[in-house]
Design a protein around this ligand. Structure first.
Ligand SMILES: NC(=O)c1ccc[n+]([C@@H]2O[C@H](COP(=O)([O-])OP(=O)(O)OC[C@H]3O[C@@H](n4cnc5c(N)ncnc54)[C@H](O)[C@@H]3O)[C@@H](O)[C@H]2O)c1
Length: 361
């Protein structure tokens, strides 16, 4: 049996992070999460909270970061300001969280001799590439402060590998989708937004003609790429595309959702948004070679599972208010978690938690 290791998952209350947490626990590892609950929520950790150490804190705070990193073997760094439109409105905050926050983690990783630092980068670094599929050799051409911040943080990560010998890997995620991805904000990713709108009986907004393409990747594939990155020595210092090696238009996505849901969808077309990319399609041969990465779940199956998950979630929410959910069996809050009142817990669940730091164990 493999030895149990301690992982720090930053952004572990978010979509990708919480799915990583579940898989790490399933494999018998110990998990610590550092998250400030800005876009993530404790609801995403409802099934794992009693089995992990949770630190409510900000990666911009160096002391919190040191506390979170000390005693860990590996770091899977997911925390970020993730929205492109939000980054256009707030370039400095984007830089502070995505670049300085990553540097804080790298510095602590160096100090505490972390065995592997995996950074969640993004296909956004490529901008609108003319040559498809996109390989890691494609020259980056960011189109937004978000993309610039991901590229800067990626370079910081690789410099820590070259200069300080910290074993790092950067993963350029393409369009990940799956359970727990938030459909809520105006800037939400396209798959959960479409699923939610369709389930409400409305029609989704499509920016542009719907012919833009995306390499959609189901969440379990991205989780597997992270865990393979920890295991592969060949990957150290490397940058890898993490997609499925397929491209689908938004119009195709809508057709597939029509079929899965048995409904007719009439998209509401609006003007393209600044910073949006027209085409995105990954060449994943480098990840295949060095990480032994293989997409395990295809687009259609992933869409079906995601739709089912959203339907189940809707039923749970319909059955009672959030505070009842908390008191029920699905959500466990450890006693040591220092949230004091129902309002704070509810706001944390809704992703609007207060900035107080809390720790459960
Ligand atoms: N989902 C995708 O398709 C996709 C694509 C490319 C890259 N990524 C990258 O993957 C990572 C995870 O994305 P996600 O989709 O799970 O987003 P998410 O918003 O669900 O998760 C991000 C998490 O980081 C936390 N966070 C934000 N700022 C923080 C801070 N200052 N300190 C501590 N925690 C903070 C949030 O509360 C949230 O839980 C991000 O780095 C993102 O840039 C995601």
């Amino acid at each position: 049996m493999k030895e149990s290791k301690r992982y720090l998952v930053t952004g572990g209350a978010g979509f990708v992070g919480s799915n990583l947490v579940d898989e790490l626990l399933r494999r018998g590892h110990r998990v610590r999460v550092l998250d400030n609950l800005t876009s993530g929520s404790l609801e995403n950790l409802s099934e794992s909270l009693s089995s992990i150490e949770f630190i409510k804190g900000d990666i911009r705070d160096t002391w919190t970061v040191r506390e979170a990193v000390e005693g860990c073997d590996y770091i899977l760094h997911q925390a970020a300001l993730v929205s492109v439109p939000h980054s256009i409105q707030n370039p400095q905050t984007t830089n502070a969280i995505n670049v300085t926050g990553t540097l804080n983690l790298l510095e602590a990783a160096r100090e505490f001799r972390i065995k592997r630092f995996v950074f969640a980068s993004s296909s956004a670094v490529y901008g609108d590439s003319d040559t498809l599929p996109i390989t890691e050799k494609t020259i980056p051409a960011p189109l937004s402060p978000y993309a610039v911040s991901k590229l800067s943080a990626e370079w910081c990560t690789s410099v820590y590998s070259k200069v300080y010998g910290l074993p790092t890997v950067s993963l350029r995620y393409f369009n990940i989708f799956g359970p727990r991805q938030s459909p809520e904000s105006d800037y939400a990713a396209v798959v959960p937004r479409f699923i939610q709108v369709i389930s409400n009986g409305s029609n989704p907004i499509v920016y542009g003609d719907g012919k833009q393409t995306r390499d959609f990747i189901y969440i379990s594939n991205a989780v597997s790429a992270n865990l393979l990155s920890v295991e592969s020595d060949q990957a150290i210092g490397g940058v890898y595309n993490v997609g499925c090696g397929n491209k689908f238009t938004l119009n195709t996505l809508i057709e597939k959702l029509e079929k899965i849901n048995g409904v007719q969808i009439y998209p509401n077309h609006q003007a393209e948004r600044p910073g949006d990319i027209m085409h995105s399609f990954a060449d994943i041969s480098r990840a295949r070679l060095d990480l032994n990465y293989r997409p395990l779940v295809n687009f259609e199956d992933g869409l079906r599972m995601t739709t089912e998950w959203f339907k189940r979630k809707e039923k749970t929410i319909e059955s009672g208010p959030i505070t009842q959910l908390l008191k029920g069996s699905r959500i466990k809050i450890p006693e040591s978690l220092t949230f004091h009142d129902d309002d704070t817990i509810t706001s944390a669940l809704l992703g609007t938690g207060k900035s107080r730091r809390s720790k459960g164990g």
